[in-house]
Design a protein. Structure first.
Length: 441
């Protein structure tokens, strides 16, 4: 539920803005004399550090005084203090209590906040139907964040049957108000043709609108569209532009892409040092592709001093996340004794993990290990099986060398052994396809 938008609404009303421009002493006097609006405004000042030193405890004090007089803005803000634990001990029960008091007066922001509480199960049993109810109440009042959250619920089938058409309706209402997450999601529906007629042009319009307003996911998505040429002419420079915007705001996938672009000179001058810089930023955020690629840079000494120990460190981190390239690469390091003690048994372990998840190089290496009897008992039939699987791999770039291995081993087998190996290979291919689909989902 990380995509849900929780509204911490501290925008002052017009009259409050006017009060903020008056003498602070007069504001304090009015607040001390029981003026709820002045109390709320003073609470906002202390919460945000406007005209005073930021002080959450003092903010809570003034919000409470206004809230106890029924001032709904203050009731909502007091709820957020309890939810976040600012100035008070975190207490979701108290948060809901104050949100409900504001919501009962028609305050839409609090309705959204209650919806999020139930959606995430914060201090209450997670209840998507209850969350949906509150989002709907706020959405009907025109709150863009509630409309967006409602769209997500219909996309995911949470608290309601999945309904892309209904999702598109709510995303559109929020998108029309400039809600960038809704624009991004509506763009995705148009791109896939879910709930709306497939329309790449409309999708691009929405993605671009969100991206130009700073939506990081939309920026990264535009980078991907131009990189791969989805519905547009492939344009690495345009792709680089959007990836860079997202990367500079901390998006790890975009940072990894920048590393790739600099490593291979796509849309930008080749620069290994710059590639390493972006790989590090993404790798430190646990992006497994960046971790593997950073391992490659240390392994080859591109952009950094060659360091097999450091290469193994990054390969292992990525391999632990089942990155198939890293599984194969780590196997190679054990096979050759680079950065680790040479250990063919350990090499086979990592090769097998990668091979069973569809990695072409790992499949080839498994065949070689069985062919040479390294880390396993020499077994030509098993070697043929893995070379056969590698030849049928969706990645055909190494077909020539792989087919040579396969044909070489084939000469050492009887027709019956070849038949049995092919049957075993096809069974293994089914398992590999299932695992690849699971990873994609």
């Amino acid at each position: 539920m990380n995509n849900l938008i929780l509204i911490f609404f501290f925008i002052l009303s017009f009259s409050s803005v006017l009060l903020a421009q008056t003498d602070l002493t007069e504001l304090r006097l009015n607040a001390a004399n029981g003026d709820a609006e002045a109390q709320y405004t003073l609470g906002c000042y202390y919460e945000n550090g406007d005209n005073v030193n930021q002080d959450f405890k003092e903010a809570e004090k003034w919000y409470r005084l206004a809230a106890e007089q029924g001032y709904m803005n203050a009731q909502n803000n007091l709820g957020t203090m309890y939810e976040s634990g600012k100035g008070v001990t975190q207490n979701y029960t108290e948060a809901i209590k104050w949100y409900r008091l504001a919501a009962e007066q028609g305050y839409g922001v609090s309705k959204v906040n209650i919806g999020v509480i139930y959606a995430k199960g914060l201090g209450v049993n997670q209840d998507y139907k209850e969350a949906l109810k509150w989002f709907l109440l706020a959405a009907e009042q025109g709150y863009a964040q509630a409309q967006y959250n409602l769209g997500l619920f219909y996309v995911n089938g949470q608290g309601t049957p999945q309904d892309y058409k209904e999702a598109a309706k709510w995303f559109r209402l929020a998108a029309d108000q400039g809600e960038t997450e809704a624009q991004k999601c509506l763009g995705a529906l148009y791109e896939m043709g879910n709930g709306v007629k497939k329309n790449h042009k409309e999708a691009m319009k929405l993605f671009r609108s969100a991206a130009e307003q700073g939506n990081v996911d939309a920026q990264s998505y535009l980078g991907m569209i131009y990189e791969q040429g989805f519905g547009v002419k492939r344009n690495y420079k345009e792709s680089f532009k959007w990836y860079k915007l997202a990367a500079e705001r901390g998006n790890p996938k975009a940072q990894c892409k920048l590393g790739i672009f600099y490593q291979f000179g796509l849309g930008v001058n080749l620069d290994y040092s710059e590639a390493v810089k972006w790989y590090i930023l993404a790798a430190e955020q646990n992006d497994n592709i960046a971790q593997n690629n950073l391992g490659v840079m240390y392994n080859t000494g591109q952009g950094v001093k060659q360091d097999y120990n450091e290469a193994c460190k990054w390969y292992r981190l990525a391999a632990d996340k089942r990155n198939t390239d890293a599984l194969s690469n780590l196997g190679f390091m054990y096979s050759e004794g680079l950065g680790v003690n040479q250990d063919h048994d350990e090499a086979v372990k990592w090769y097998r993990l990668g091979a069973e998840q569809g990695n072409l190089q790992a499949q080839i290496n498994m065949g070689v290990m069985y062919l040479q009897g390294k880390g396993v008992t020499q077994d030509y039939k098993e070697a043929f099986k893995w070379f056969f699987i590698a030849c049928n791999n969706r990645n055909k770039e190494d077909y020539y060398i792989t087919s040579k291995y396969r044909n070489h081993v084939k000469k050492k087998l009887s027709k019956q052994q070849i038949k049995e190996a092919i049957i075993e290979a096809k069974e293994m291919e089914k398992l590999i396809d299932c695992q690849m689909e699971e990873r994609q989902n």
